[in-house]
Design a protein around this ligand. Structure first.
Ligand code: ADP
Ligand code: MG
Length: 377
């Protein structure tokens, strides 16, 4: 990273920062309903090499960006001004300025092993790596959750994606060997030990290679449907609807909002259930919870797709303990929990099923919980 930075900018960086991608074990589309989620950070991460500048310019280069250095004026960072990949890192700097932090410009070089648009949160990894770099470059002293919320602000307010805070909190706050139990409303998070390999199990990511586009309006429509349902029920957010009140809510709502509410309420329940199983050391009990979560996203939220459903069905037919799509939906990745002895069979069966269906070959790799964002050099 240091040599690449020097080739691009002519000097060495003052440091290198890393922020991981994530997979969410359970708790999907719950963050913007003030609810709960349970992500892990994955070993794939985004690196940022950085150096301050005194002239108020922000220069950005990414090995994945596929273009020359993007040169921006800090004083002219306004939402809508940047429409390429550079909106994500520039958005972080904009969010810091908007929050009143005293910062100057920087040269940034970015490189990443997180596949983009695969539901593994490359956008949050990029934002968090930049936020952590700026925090140290300018001695801001912000906490990891505070940086995560600034990163979310960047994605919402500058890149124009109305995501909740789960991705950024996962990238910023996860720790090695644990899942992160997030309570979005309380702004609280707790580490829950998660070590499937210690119990002879493996967590696989299967990237269907179907590219979702969260900016395409479907995500925003789901989010506003949930918010509308909460308003009609007189609640601040769907987080406030107890499972016991679901039948009453169903009667009070227009038919098209009912499945959204059912997902949000049952999904929060699945997070609580998953956490209590993991705390008791019962990793295998997570399996059926994953599969139920998938059914809810497929049937109620309607954000799965044929490829993701094929992965889930094939994995379960070949002995997986559980499987679900992860991330915002409309493609991306599926996670599969399986006993070690079943992993190869699942891998071969999914690959064969994709070939038979005429789909692109999926990318299949195991993950274990990795560390959150940090300075590495
Ligand atoms: P996901 O976060 O699931 O990978 P998103 O659509 O939210 O998918 O974010 C992907 C976008 O983030 C990319 O299209 C690109 O604009 C930006 N991005 C992510 N990582 C990088 C990177 N290393 N270099 C340049 N842009 C990146
Ligand atoms: Mg994203």
């Amino acid at each position: 990273m240091k040599e690449a930075f020097r080739r691009i900018y002519g000097t060495y960086p003052v440091g290198v920062w890393a922020a991981p991608g994530r997979v969410n074990l359970i708790g999907e589309h719950t963050d913007y309903n003030d609810g709960f989620a349970l992500p892990i950070a994955i070993p794939q991460h985004t690196l940022v090499a950085a150096r301050h500048r005194q002239d108020g310019r922000l220069r950005l280069h990414s090995a994945q960006g596929g273009g020359p250095v993007v040169d921006l004026d800090l004083a002219r960072l306004t939402p809508g001004a940047v429409t390429t990949w550079a909106a994500y890192p520039a958005g972080v700097v904009w969010a810091l300025l908007e929050a009143g932090h005293r910062i100057g410009g920087a040269d940034l070089h970015i490189d990443s092993t997180v596949p983009t648009g695969a539901g593994l949160s490359s956008s949050a990894a990029l934002e968090c790596a930049v936020a952590f770099a700026y925090n140290d470059l300018y001695g801001l002293g912000l906490s990891a959750p505070a940086l995560a919320l600034l990163a979310q602000r960047a994605e919402n307010g500058f890149a124009g994606v109305p995501c909740g805070a789960m991705d950024q909190l996962a990238s910023a706050c996860c720790t090695d060997g644990a899942a992160l139990h997030l309570d979005i409303r309380a702004g609280a998070h707790e580490q829950v030990p998660f070590a499937p390999q210690a119990q002879g199990m493996s967590l696989l990511v299967i990237d269907t290679r179907v590219k979702h586009d969260l900016g395409d309006g479907a995500y925003a429509a789901l989010r506003s449907g949930c918010e509308q349902a909460a308003r009609q029920l007189g609640l601040e957010a769907l987080r406030d609807l107890a499972p016991a009140d679901l039948p009453r809510a169903v009667k009070a709502l227009p038919a098209h909002l009912v499945p959204l509410v059912r997902h949000a309420v049952t999904e929060n329940g699945r997070v609580a259930e998953a956490v209590s199983h993991l705390r008791a050391g019962h990793v295998a009990a997570l399996g059926p919870i994953l599969t139920e979560g998938h059914a809810s996203l497929r049937d109620d939220f309607k954000i799965s797709c044929a490829e993701s459903d094929l992965v889930v069905d094939t994995a379960l037919a070949h002995g997986a303990l559980g499987a679900r799509m992860t991330g915002g939906g409309f493609g991306g990745s599926v996670i599969v929990l399986a006993d070690e002895g079943r992993v190869e069979g699942v891998r071969l069966a999914v690959t064969a099923a994709f070939r038979a269906a005429g789909y692109q070959e999926p990318d299949i790799f195991p993950v274990s919980p990795a560390a959150g964002a940090r300075r590495i050099a």
